[in-house]
Design a protein. Sequence first.
Lengths: 189, 626
Amino acid sequence: MSINYNIFIIGVGGQGIGLLSEVLIRAAYYAKIQAKGVDTHGLAQRGGTVTSQIRLGDKAFSPLIPEGKADIVIALERHEALRGMNSHLKNGGDLVFYDAVWQPLDVRLRQVGELQNETIEAECKRRKINYHRVFIDDLKDSRMQNVAVLGHISKHKLIPGIARKNYLQAITDLLKGTVLETNLQVFDH
Amino acid sequence: MKKLAEVLLSKEKTQEIMIGNWALVRAMIESNVRVITSYPGSPTPEIATAIAQIPVAERPFYFEFSVNEKVATEVAFGASINGHLSCVFFKSVGLNVAADSLVQLSMMELIGGMVIILGDDPGANSSQNEQDNRHFAKMCYTPIFEPSTPTEAYHMFKEAAALSQEKKMPVFLRLTTHVCHYKELIHFAAWDKQEFDQTPRFDVNNGPYVPITTTVFPLKKKALRKLAEVETYSDNSKLNYIKDNGNKELGIITMGLPYYSLLDVMEEMKVKPDILKLGIIYPLPRQMVIDFLKSHKEVKVLEELDDVIERDIKMIAFENKIDVIITGKSDLADWENEYTPDKVKEVLRKQWKQHFPPAEPIDDKKLKLAARPAQMCPGCGHRSAFYAIRKAMGKNDITVGDIGCHSLGFLPPYKIGEALLSMGHSTGTASGMALFNNTRKVISFLGDSTFFHAGLPGIINSIYNNHNHTLIIMENGTTAMTGHQDHPAVGKNFNEVSEKIPIVQMLKGMGITNIRSVDAYQQAKLTTAVKEALAEDGFNVVIAKHPCMLKFSRELAKKKIGTPPKVRVTDKCTQIYQCISVFACPAYQIRPDGSVWVQEDLCIGDGSCKQTCPTGSIESKPLEVK
């Protein structure tokens, strides 16, 4: 199958973007899809915006996705969802985000208001973007928000060519023991 | 999935998905490198992360984090002139620290060979500048290889090592940030493990190794002769190649990650220029360049950062009287930032507008959004320290920052550390600012790892020349910003337990008597200590000490000890927002009605915020260890 598909992942340093990106690139590998990726490291680890970019298929050259060319934006925080959408998501693409809120400094200083879901939803409508909000009420550990998002992507088959079993293989590669078990429960939520 | 160490040490051919930095370790092992040294700095520290996955006893090489890049270079040099293939790696600006010794290497007969890995940072993702270290290659008469992908980094390291061993000369391998962190499936060759001959083979007859006065000239000549030989090597190397699109009009010369950005951009261009893709940047493959220039009417040099190659290529065209239009940088914007696909498109479109489809209209209805700059972590001792120090300072006092997590203090609301040059600069800069200055107190900052790295000379100078300022050492017990590497005061090196070198005793040994050491969480005490220090004449030191809480909480989690209960805002809160506006821990969030709440995913329960609330509305409890 010929695939040409760009995945832009965004969140705040400390949210577990690394694992999310590692699972996706390995899942692509198990699905026999050519994949490349790159994470932003360094200073950004300290509470700033972090991104990870994955490109699938043989028509992708640089690991960095051109602006507005992502087929899907996966976000782990509400403000970052809009940020990723603004910079990289194509019109008509998919936005999947975990609805956690880590307010940026300007929001905390009351210079601007906290971003509301209705605003994102309206913006998605304007740009014909499919809006996927993920939120699990009784999620015990916020570190598993990334796997909750993955579960949603798998269930709705949002990434072409990657099947449930590929995600599971990748997760099983990377996690072990009870951590694996609890994450698999969240994945199938 | 195999463990990383198994992949790195596999005798058989193998493959794995990994970043460029990790792939380099496999290349070092396949090349039978014996000594590897470094000082941590983005974008290269993950090379050491991969090394750490191999148990010390199983490492086929010796590795150390040296105290700075210069010492690291010297250790690798020493190993090489004893006959061992060595490698040193560090970040872009690390080369400036190493330079004093590094510039000598090409004159030395490196009998074991030596590869220098540079992590340059176009886009200044985690550096204080965008310096283009290809300039250094020229000054050092040293060849420089530049890979575009992790797979190329792996192959090029092996070629660089082989060249270095053959010519007994240093070779640079220059990666940029997103090649270091670029992840893909890499196919590794088998590892022909060779018996390690430990004989120290240093012999002055291979040298001389002492470049003084007239001995310099033959050594310099030798360096230049080797470099000329590498030019022939470069012309015959497959690392430089042409992507022939059958275009007799337009050609592009490029290298590194910009090559792949260009391929992305060419997908939408109406014409496909031929490309000369360089893997060896210096010395250039002269004949290849001549042939490429002669076979095209117009050639664009597409070059990230400076015009290093552009000048060489124009010179080659001039010397050979080639009738071709050569263009490079067209304006100042071309000199800055990383050449991502977007940037390359912008650069090419300026020149070749006619070869692009019309630009898509800009969507001006997009919503605006608050930026999210990096900041200190919840519970960070530096935040407590800055909060307390600010209270001790006069309104117009001057603060001089340094490199480390505490650099982030320059951001609002703290705005502490308002001038910054390089690692360890602060005490020197502060000394200069204290001259003729009786009205504004001067405070300098240093991290503990930087104290050892380059902080000492400035401190000694402050004592020796009797400068008038206060140094605050922000001691968090680790090299935090680059991923928690140990340093000489920790009591551990990369390989084993080591003797602690205590900072306080070192300062005392230098003759500083007025040292005040305070836990940064004890804010009132710290404020008093800084006030007292500022009131004294001369040079003095305050140590604001607290372990890095990111490291500490990760360790607690690993040991399954857990974290203390989260902090809570009680209903006594009168919404004066000290916690948010002045202390500014990111865990404090605000509701639309103006009330304050604690985001529990962020709070680590440290309670360092409690003392900042004048109404006593913050409730925090210590960790109960069962």
